[in-house]
Design a protein around this ligand. Structure first.
Ligand SMILES: C[S@@+](CC[C@H](N)C(=O)[O-])C[C@H]1O[C@@H](n2cnc3c(N)ncnc32)[C@H](O)[C@@H]1O
Length: 274
């Protein structure tokens, strides 16, 4: 197969993002990825600020030469953290917030799929999940995680219920083949605080996704226009309501809350301006 990607042995100033042609990893996969993301393929780890690499455990993102970020970011649906969340999904506030009755195979659109962990739990809980992710690099990491999970006999039936579209949710939402029962929005990143540094993986993710331009308000506006049975928004526990709209109800956790907008075409009541 012919790929148009060039291999850059060394560049004077590092590019932001590249695929590392690692001698241990498949060159064909590395070439294809660099071509599909339209980013350089490099052989020198110093040639880019952020690097993607096919390791023996799957596609990973890392920041070479940053001692504060020694780890890498990879989607792993069989990690202990995900397995723990999957053992009793009914305990998850997210599942309580998205739950709908009287539908045998409810369809949920996860408009901000990210690394896919919330979407995966929702599929475990029985939803058909349509994931949408705007950032092509995050989407590549997610697609790789889903592909590996597809080969795991325990996870394969869950992955069967998941589809992924790469694109901006506001473009994809109006063009969905099937009308979703529930739309989920998680535009939120945990904040850095003195006591708890944002986990390394999230910091790597933030480096990428800070490039997304749509505001959470625009996204909610678009989601409400679809007139699903529910729109569920993850928010910081004490954050203001998006669009100044009062949700139908709220489910609160320690650090976050889920604002639930119920109804089909029924505009939620604006909060009175004080
Ligand atoms: C906080 S993360 C979501 C985390 C996710 N719930 C999980 O469990 O892994 C937000 C993600 O939404 C994506 N995003 C933001 N705005 C978007 C939009 N308008 N359309 C699609 N994806 C978007 C970002 O690229 C980022 O990956």
């Amino acid at each position: 197969m012919h790929h148009a990607t060039r291999v850059f042995p060394l560049t004077a100033s590092p590019v932001f993002l590249a695929v590392l042609a690692d001698p241990d990893s498949s060159m064909t996969s590395a070439h294809s990825l660099a071509a599909s993301l339209a980013i350089p393929l490099v052989t020198d780890p110093c040639a880019a600020t952020l690097l993607l690499r096919y390791s023996s455990e799957g596609l990973e993102l890392f920041k070479p030469g940053d001692p504060s970020l020694p780890g890498s970011l990879r989607v792993n649906f069989s990690s202990p953290g995900v397995t723990k969340r999957c053992t009793d999904p009914g305990q998850e506030l997210l599942i309580r917030a998205t739950k709908i009755r009287h539908t045998s195979e409810p369809l949920l659109t996860d408009t901000t799929a990210g690394l896919g962990y919330d979407g995966f739990i929702l599929a475990v809980a029985g939803f058909q999940v349509h994931m949408i992710e705007a950032d092509p690099v995050v989407a590549a990491l997610l697609a790789d995680g889903l592909e590996r999970a597809r080969h795991n006999p325990t996870l394969a039936p869950v992955v069967e219920r998941i589809s992924l579209t790469i694109g901006e949710a506001q473009d994809v939402l109006p063009r969905q083949m099937k009308h979703p029962d529930v739309i989920y929005l998680d535009p939120m990143f945990p904040r850095r605080s003195k006591s708890a540094l944002v986990k390394q993986e999230l910091r790597l993710l933030q480096l990428l996704t800070s490039r997304t331009t749509t505001s959470p308000e625009q996204l909610l506006h678009q989601a409400l226009a679809v007139q699903a049975r529910k729109v569920v928004v993850k928010r910081p526990r004490t954050g203001p309501n998006l669009l100044n709209l009062r949700p139908s109800y709220t489910i609160r956790g320690k650090a976050i809350r889920f604002d639930v907008y119920v109804g089909s075409g029924k505009a939620p009541t604006p909060l009175p301006t004080a």
